[in-house]
Design a protein around this ligand. Sequence first.
Ligand SMILES: [Zn+2]
Length: 261
Amino acid sequence: MFGRLLLILGMVWSPGLAASGQTGAEVAPEAQRPVMRPEMPPTARPDIPAVGDQPFVEKPGVEPDPPAWQALTESDASYLSCLFGLTMLGVRYTRLDPLTSPEDRDCGIARPLNVTALQPGVGIAGGATMRCATVRQLALWLRDEAVPVVRHLPGAPAITGIVPGSTYQCRARVGDGGEKLSEHALGNAFDIAALKLSDGSELTISPRNGSGDMREAVQKAMRHGACLYFTTVLGPGSDAAHDDHLHFDIAARRGGWRICD
Ligand SMILES: [Zn+2]
């Protein structure tokens, strides 16, 4: 009798069991307890990284600019076309391995040439290292401007050689506070200190303002003619650093801007 009373009380306090129609005597004790799952250590769960061990996420960053010399690398087609042009102009050259400088990552030439003559019979004393496009413009200037202009000197001499100033050189621009890279550091520039002539004399580049002779006229005509072939032409009178040579370069500027000084 007492046991039956306990059973009735149990049904009253367990509505779920009453609704299912099960009696307390029919429910296994294990089924009433929550299932205990073994706890995995944090590091063993691949979906939840442990504190202090967050996965590395590469943030999208800004790619650094390529070195200035690398950005000027010619395409194969452009390079081969340029070399063909040099051959047609009679330029003597050898191809060199790429040039870079440990001093400045921007200095260098991807496909440098060492030039020993700009046309048959017109050598460059000691040779000069430049990009192909610079050599081509020099050879065109020599053939179409310098050679015919120099013929106006007494005795109509030919040009037999070029005495270079700076050629390839890893340095900043002169007279510019030393902040911007020189075109010489990219193989884009060539300086002419003098021309050797067939009469044995030299036409040395120097200030000739007002001398009133044919040498002044020839120097100025060669220099201004160079403005058609180079984007920068400097010389005596431009600044003190250019009083003893002509500076020619093929720097590319926005809008095709040229400096013809
Ligand atoms: Zn120069």
